[in-house]
Design a protein around this ligand. Sequence first.
Ligand code: SAM
Ligand code: SF4
Length: 442
Amino acid sequence: MSVPKKLFIKTYGCQMNVYDSERMAEALGGKGYVETPTPDDADMILLNTCHIREKAAEKVYSELGRFKRLKAENPDLKIGVAGCVAQAEGQEIMRRQPLVDLVVGPQSYHRLPEMEEKTRAGEKALDTDFPEEDKFEKLRTRPKAARGPTAFLTVQEGCDKFCAFCVVPYTRGAEVSRPADRILTEARDLVERGVREITLLGQNVNAYHGAGSGGDLTLAQLIWELDKVDGLERIRFTTSHPNDMSDDLIEAHGTCSKLMPYLHLPVQSGSDKILKRMNRSHTADSYLRLIERIRAARPDILLSGDFIVGFPEETDEDFQATMDLVPEVGYGYAYSFKYSTRPGTPAAERPQVDEDVKTDRLHRLQALITKQQRAIQDAMVGRTVNVLFEKSGRLQGQMVGKSEYLHSVHVLNPKAGVGDIRPVRIVDSVTNSLAGEAIAQG
Ligand code: SAM
Ligand code: SF4
């Protein structure tokens, strides 16, 4: 038997990249690769990059520079760049960093095995196409190894919304939904391997419209199909655009017991002027009305959001409108970023806000969000939640899991194993997690 080759994958960015890295590892598994936790003894290193954050490309180049020594020690080592920076920079990566053997864009991962062969033959391999075929279908099916109780499942990719700040429509391409039967097959397979909770992923997941036997399915219809999968206990989805929160999806939050009461619904700004310039096509008011409807369907839903501060031409009044929106919504979680330019996007060409002003606004917004987040977490004390246990905690006999609201909960001696769901009474709220006590079951 030949000795397996070692593959080290470093994943940056969102959950979609985590899912893609798993798929890449499986594709290269067919070529005799097994994953290794460090780059030091790897035969292939893949950086699965993200272009959303500031100076993303520069960070990739500096990370690549660190592999120089490894390549000198092992000339057979192959180095690849995948993900959105690969898509955006393409050939430029190979030109600037001759160490790189392979550059693969997010739509071409199913071609990795052939690309790997090419590199073994001493050639460079580059593929940043947007091919017609479904890459997930072409990727090797998952080996039947057991896995943890939670999993991501990509159902939709790309985006047609073209928000003025965002690279996704350029790096991930046009919006494409996977057919429902393939998603259901993958979900059943995950459940057979121990998964209890699936998070459906898409850059614009609620715009899902994948083919079903009787025509296209909405995301809500897909969720109802998944609801029928025995053994699957929890369904989540992310990330949603406010304009695609359809009536049936709102209703599902009230009626589908497997759909968890948590929704990530980015607003980006509280100022209508800025929202318009961002090309968001919703207003602060339409967003608030939408949240009212979602809360009417599921009163206890926990909301999270994304914000950008210092978008071009954002004034103090515009920023204040964002600060005013936060308490009106009551976010259980929220992520906020300083606007940073992405070459090729419309906002990159506009007059920019001073860096100091952006930093000050970010600090003020984050302080407000943290306070609100903590108050909502503290209000869980005394309540009973259902916890899906995911792993052992740091203390003897302690288990850690997630409530339906996605709060991290740790419990001493819960008499439950990984993958079990148990009712837990919340007794304390600490930084970023809750402490709970198992409720004796009769
Ligand atoms: N599709 C989601 C939506 O419509 O809200 C967001 C997906 S985006 C990959 C994740 C988050 O990154 C965005 O919600 C936004 O807040 C942030 N982001 C994207 N581009 C950015 C930029 N140029 N500068 C700062 N933050 C950015
Ligand atoms: Fe980017 Fe989301 Fe806007 Fe699409 S909807 S362009 S992914 S921020």
